[in-house]
Design a protein around this ligand. Structure first.
Ligand code: IVH
Length: 680
């Protein structure tokens, strides 16, 4: 029994870790783990899960929903595709052949009967669903969690990626990818760098960031483009019966479609097309991460339908990540915001997946030693998930005489403190280390945190080095006069930064919590903590009580969806830490708002503290309005039904969430019952 529950706790812990890394990777585009480390973590999770009879880890394919955007319920869910990629379990071609067999069987096709397959590039962009009503671009929505996305109509309209009008009556929704062409990316990256903004990692992330700009008008002229490839639904229009026909129809309407679509007579021909197209990747001015193979006949598509996650009529052929050899000239040691010392390879510049790479992660010292990486070696560099380049291997036969092993650091490169090590990582234990201070401030100022305009990475370096800024609260004491003493800061930039700081003061508790860069407290948990507890003081009081042995606080934290005991403890322990408390007190003294914004207007008993899930269309209330009313009464809304859901509010065409609620015995309300509850 004890062993089972220990295994359970370990499973919860691994699940929480995986969720955090998914969040870092997908939502913040700031992965902390290499692909190999992530895979190792997932394997450990899946092995334990299998023993416990639990499902394997389901990676959330990047829920992009962002606070501050109206939500759109997708009329047809936005699913993802099953993948065929080279791996230990076979080649991509074998997997495609197996898919064809399964498909033929499901369609009851004779072996010799032809099977037309449309093959097209898989665009590494941002999925979008766009509704045209009577010829007008009426709505654009991001993917979100596949069921509900963000309303990005204004952004898409302003971007110029799609025609605002098309010559057709009736309504339809077309799906596709928004992307940033290489040249537009380089322009934007250089302009952002010149303004001292955060470095843009790659065209995909840059495009995702653009679509979440609140100031939609600023998107004009940046050069966002799109390829549309799928008709999700249509009303009052005669549409072609093949996928290739749909592509032609979209083209005729003036919508952008990819020019490299072909129809192949079966899986073998499709595989040959995919393999051959890989070589053309470099010549495109947009990123592709594979090819997509779809049944061309839309009646056959409809016949096959979909699983919960994937349509059965299509499959993605993933290209192996691009790898290039280059020479490793030096290894530098980077200090992270929590003091982690990471070895980074300095390389002869090499072109990789659309960007020039001259640095790559070596992850950690044990990993570097395992690969036996030496200075002077020719190494293979790859982009992990197309984001952070990493050194994957040494080309042994090209090792020059005199290649030097890389010693472990004996001192922090920034402050000289003797480092400490655990099994994997080496840390600088000095919280006052200037490099750590700088990294923490960069994080504090970043978009997902306090979003301080005018405080890019370069400016952070300046204020730390020359103006003695040592913590977040010091920032708010900066005035134009002191800033103007900096050599590279003009009067205008100084005034801009002062204004940026002033604005940031009232971003509210969630953003402050995110900005503190505490372990596990990312955007999502910060938002949940702020919503549930309302003020920093309340959280600090809970942490103090917890430190004094009171167990109630733990229980309260664990009421939050997805918070297991280990995370709850970690949160409270960190908030009980004197250094963290001092930082929060200093922020309060500097006039930073430490209450939750948009907090409860008037708590209503029966609603306050309860979790609601909305599904389907309500007769009079729109979804954002219903959410607002619930939040104003002290309730919380969530996108998915679980044991922690108190109420499901169901309207017309409520789907799987309603079924789940019935299964779990969650109380179901209609609009009238919700209104009655809100009335107290
Ligand atoms: S068809 C049911 N075609 O790749 C999904 N998807 O996991 C139908 N993608 O979420 C998608 N290029 O965002 C399709 N030519 C293409 C695509 C494409 C990129 C994305 C799409 C989807 C993901 C597949």
């Amino acid at each position: 029994m004890a062993r089972t529950s220990a295994a359970r706790t370990e499973l919860d812990r691994l699940a929480a870790e995986l969720a955090r890394h998914d969040e870092l990777y997908y939502r913040q585009a700031q992965p902390e783990l290499s692909d190999a480390e992530y895979d190792a973590l997932r394997e450990r999770h899946d092995a334990l899960a299998a023993k416990a009879g639990q499902p394997a880890w389901q990676q959330r394919p990047g829920d992009d929903r962002t606070a501050g955007f109206a939500k759109v319920l997708h009329r047809v869910p936005m699913l993802s595709l099953e993948k065929a990629a080279d791996g230990e379990d076979g080649s991509a071609a074998d997997k495609l052949a197996a898919w064809e067999l399964r498909t033929r069987k499901a369609l009851e096709l004779a072996d010799a009967a032809p099977l037309a397959l449309l093959v097209e590039p898989k665009i590494d962009g941002i999925s979008v669903g766009v509704v045209y009503r009577d010829g007008e671009l009426a709505q654009a929505a991001s993917r979100g969690d596949g069921v509900e996305g963000d309303d990005i109509t204004a952004q898409v309209r302003a971007s110029g990626a799609l025609p605002l009008r098309v010559a057709v009556r009736g309504s339809f929704e077309v799906r596709g990818e928004l992307y940033l062409p290489q040249a537009a990316f380089v322009r934007l990256r250089d302009a952002t760098a010149a303004e001292g903004g955060r470095q843009l990692a790659n065209p995909r992330n840059a495009c995702a960031g653009l679509m979440k700009r609140k100031d939609a008008a600023s998107l004009a002229g940046i050069g966002v483009a799109a390829f549309m490839y799928h008709l999700a639904w249509s009303e009052g229009i005669d549409v072609p019966s093949t996928q290739s026909g749909i592509v032609d129809w979209l083209r005729q309407l003036g919508l952008p479609v990819n020019p490299h679509c072909t129809v192949e007579p079966g899986a073998a021909a499709a595989a040959a097309r995919c393999a051959a197209f890989a070589a053309r990747r470099d010549g495109l001015d947009y990123g592709i991460d594979g090819m997509v193979i779809k049944l061309d006949d839309r009646r056959q598509q409809a016949q096959l339908g979909a699983t919960e996650h994937h349509p059965r009529w299509g499959i993605a052929w993933k290209f192996p990540p691009e790898r290039r050899p280059t020479v490793l000239r030096e290894v530098i040691v980077q200090v992270g915001k929590s003091g982690k010392l990471t070895p980074v390879a300095v390389l002869d510049p090499v072109q990789l997946a659309g960007t020039t790479v001259s640095r790559a992660s070596l992850h950690n010292f044990p990993e570097l030693e395992r690969k036996d990486v030496r200075i002077g070696d020719t190494v293979l560099v790859e982009k992990a998930g197309e984001i952070i380049p990493q050194v994957v291997a040494v080309v042994a036969e090209r090792r020059p005489a005199g290649a030097r092993p890389v010693p472990r650091p004996q001192a922090c490169p920034a402050c000289g403190t003797h480092p400490e090590a655990d099994d994997v990582f080496i840390y600088c234990p000095n919280p006052g280390c200037p490099a750590q201070v700088r990294e923490r401030l960069r994080h504090f100022a970043s978009r997902p945190a306090m979003d301080i305009e005018g405080l890019g990475e370069a400016v952070v370096d300046l204020v730390v080095t020359h103006l003695g800024v040592a913590g977040p609260a010091d920032l708010f004491a900066l005035d134009a006069a002191r800033l103007s003493t900096l050599e590279r800061m003009g009067e205008k930039s100084a005034a801009n930064l002062v204004a940026g700081l002033q604005t940031a003061k009232s971003r509210g508790l969630a953003r402050v919590l995110t900005g503190l860069a505490l372990e596990q407290i990312g955007e999502k948990l910060s938002e949940d903590l702020a919503t549930r507890f309302g003020s920093a003081q309340r959280l600090l009081d809970m942490a103090a009580a917890h430190a004094a042995g009171d167990t109630a606080a733990l229980g309260e934290l664990m009421q939050i969806d997805g918070v297991a005991e280990r995370t709850a403890r970690l949160v409270l322990d960190q908030l009980a830490n004197p250094a963290v408390r001092a930082t929060i007190a200093a922020l309060a003294a500097a006039g930073v708002v430490l209450e939750h914004r948009g907090a409860v207007v008037a708590a209503v008993a029966g609603v306050a503290g309860k979790t609601f899930v909305l599904t389907g269309t309500l007769p009079t209330l729109t979804r954002p309005d219903a959410e607002k009313l619930i939040k104003a009464a002290g309730g919380k809304t969530s996108g998915s039904v679980s044991k922690k859901t108190d109420y499901v509010v169901a309207g017309a065409e409520a789907g799987s969430k309603l079924a789940k609620a019935q299964e779990l015995g969650v109380t179901i309300l209609d609009e009238a019952a919700l209104k009655a509850l809100l009335a107290g």
